[in-house]
Design a protein around this ligand. Sequence first.
Ligand code: NDP
Ligand code: 13P
Length: 320
Amino acid sequence: MTISVLGAGAFGTALAISLAKETPVTLWARDSAQVADMQRQRCNTARLPDVPLPARLTPTSDFSQATEAEVLLLAVPMQKLRSVLQAHRADLKGKVLVACCKGIELETGFGPIVVISQVLPAAKPALLTGPSFAADIARGLPTALTLACSDAKLGHQLQQQLTTANLRLYRTTDTSGAELGGALKNIIAIACGAVIGAGLGESARAALMTRGYAEMQRMALACGAKPETLAGLSGFGDLTLTCSSPLSRNYQLGLSIGRGDGFDPNITVEGAATARATAAKAKTMGLDMPLTETVVGLLNGDLTIATAGAQLLARPLKEE
Ligand SMILES: NC(=O)C1=CN([C@@H]2O[C@H](COP(=O)(O)OP(=O)(O)OC[C@H]3O[C@@H](n4cnc5c(N)ncnc54)[C@H](OP(=O)(O)O)[C@@H]3O)[C@@H](O)[C@H]2O)C=CC1
Ligand SMILES: O=C(CO)COP(=O)(O)O
């Protein structure tokens, strides 16, 4: 089996490095200058400066060359996924496409699997998600992820093909649960960062993580997901990592909100658009998602941390 990774950001490069230790991998980037630099330096200096590219990793800016592979990993941000698929529709037709992004499309409220199916009805979509920082995967540290594919046979094959010595994949056919877990945890990570940034304490963070998990379940189960998927790596696992580590960019955005600092808008923070998409979706579905609404209020500047905290604490008392 041959593999290409489309998108040479932090995560795409990390996955390519991990896989290329065991099999040839092509890594596509749209920027030919970046590709030339990777070929020359044998390193992605912009995104993973300290990790060398293995000999079996071939960087390219030639999309057709990359799509000669049998399995294509899509490692671009969620809000860019549709345009990338549309731009390369002919080359991607009928391919096995493994989305590696976490989020919900702002304009439609759909996750990556539906977006792939809409743009490329003949493609075979899957999702790779779960708790993992690019830097950890690139350094070969032990990591466990979820491979979700509604086609059980293909999911089984992908699980075998994409597992490496240090990257252990579990599989599920519940694509909806896997993509919602990975998308919604980023919203709660922003909230947790804000609480810590504002000095409100670890106890408040634990409360947010727990009530955030309840909120994630509320949305996911209403969309037909299985509770055990939410309890797995793609949901609870990634929630734990992202809400507790300063390496997370979603958590970092929250920290800056809590501290009242600025934040570089060029950094990929999936939770911001996903919070807005989820709040809109929850409204149409009649779901109560107070933490998501609060994060949207903070992002839009409609709420201060003090008002947000006071509003959440003043909500009607209820059963757990
Ligand atoms: N970083 C991590 O630790 C993890 C990330 N993820 C997920 O992976 C996804 C990607 O994140 P990450 O790699 O960190 O993000 P980065 O910001 O590091 O990289 C994004 C990549 O997408 C490319 N890109 C953006 N827009 C386009 C476009 N229109 N056409 C082609 N390429 C495009 C960028 O290219 P260019 O540089 O030219 O702009 C860049 O290579 C996200 O959904 C994230 O949640 C999942 C797990 C871990
Ligand atoms: O998804 C991630 C960890 O699993 C990466 O988190 P950030 O996108 O917040 O950096």
